[in-house]
Design a protein around this ligand. Structure first.
Ligand SMILES: [Zn+2]
Length: 306
């Protein structure tokens, strides 16, 4: 198994995580954020199963493609000798049912967007994308429900649905597909990665300003803010996670940069109970200082996101 494109946490999720720890999200935003977390967790779980598989195939994760101004997102593509598997991973939890091809949550009784419709839209756009490249690979779609706490009532016996109880079997099947890869497979996978749209046009962040966000250094898991222990360490007020002062500050600087790529006010963001001079010393160790007239500011190293 060769990973051509690794799974990375989407920028939108990182942004939401930081915002959630520093401001109050409205219920809609909060739900969206939690869905992002959940979706990401599902993809991670799926990927860790894939990573343990022997077998000769290529893996391309998290692809956003565009066809005639229509965007479509693919969780995972698997390239075998004779076909491509398009995997849509859902981390749904709880009970759902299907009635007249519509999907509902048992708990809320509310209709949800049919994942089958989503995946079939995705695969038809992907097929068109391949056609335009003059590529004739058969593509099969799979809708994978990765969460063991998911149950679907009245499920159609649909070839493309992989229920939680079938995930292991699905993985075993992948393992046994005989597959000889050649240059064409690698070239196509690389082409797809090249065509991946980096800026998600559907991203919707809540409105926020620097001054309105709570300042301080948050814990690595974003459960709360950290406080100083002595002058070399910080501890999370909730989970007790401890971290070296320098590493905690630089992590926080990384967060600042995700939300405000141009913001240079680092001291205020970290809001530390230590002298400004001490903070400056740490920043100077990791960042480049530029002087502009009377002012000086820090320059971040280049930042990469999928
Ligand atoms: Zn914590």
């Amino acid at each position: 198994m060769f990973i051509i494109k690794h799974l990375v946490e989407p920028l939108e999720l990182k942004e939401y995580r930081i915002l959630n720890s520093r401001m109050i999200l409205n219920p809609k935003e909060k739900l969206h954020y939690l869905n992002l977390e959940k979706g990401n967790e599902g993809e991670k779980n799926f990927n860790s199963l894939l990573c343990n598989l022997p077998g000769n195939f290529l893996v391309v994760n998290d692809i956003l493609l565009e066809k005639n101004n229509t965007f479509f997102q693919i969780d995972t593509l698997l390239f075998f000798q004779n076909n491509i598997y398009l995997c849509d991973v859902k981390n749904y939890e709880g009970d759902y049912f299907i009635k007249e091809q519509r999907w509902y949550s048992v708990a809320t009784g509310k209709e949800i967007q049919s994942p089958l419709t989503q995946v079939s839209r995705c695969i038809s756009l992907f097929r068109r994308y391949l056609q335009d490249l003059d590529i004739n690979f058969p593509v099969k779609e799979f809708l994978i429900f990765i969460n063991p706490e998911f149950t679907l009532y009245e499920a159609p016996r649909h070839q493309s649905i992989v229920h939680p109880t079938q995930v292991n079997r699905f993985m075993n099947q992948l393992k046994s597909i005989p597959s000889k890869l050649n240059d064409h497979h690698f070239k196509l996978a690389e082409q797809i990665v090249k065509d991946h749209v980096k800026v998600n046009p559907y991203k919707k962040l809540p409105y926020f300003e620097f001054k309105q966000l709570k300042k301080g250094v948050t814990c690595k898991s974003y459960c709360s803010f950290m406080k100083n222990v002595g002058d070399k360490e910080m501890i999370c007020k909730v989970c007790g996670y401890t971290e070296g002062l320098e590493s905690a500050i630089m992590r926080s600087v990384g967060d600042l940069r995700i939300l405000f790529p141009k913001q240079k006010i680092v001291q205020e963001w970290c809001n530390l109970q230590i002298s400004k001079k001490a903070v400056r010393r740490i920043l100077m160790k990791y960042l480049t200082v530029r002087h502009h007239g009377r002012y000086s500011y820090y320059v971040f190293p280049p930042y990469k996101n999928n």
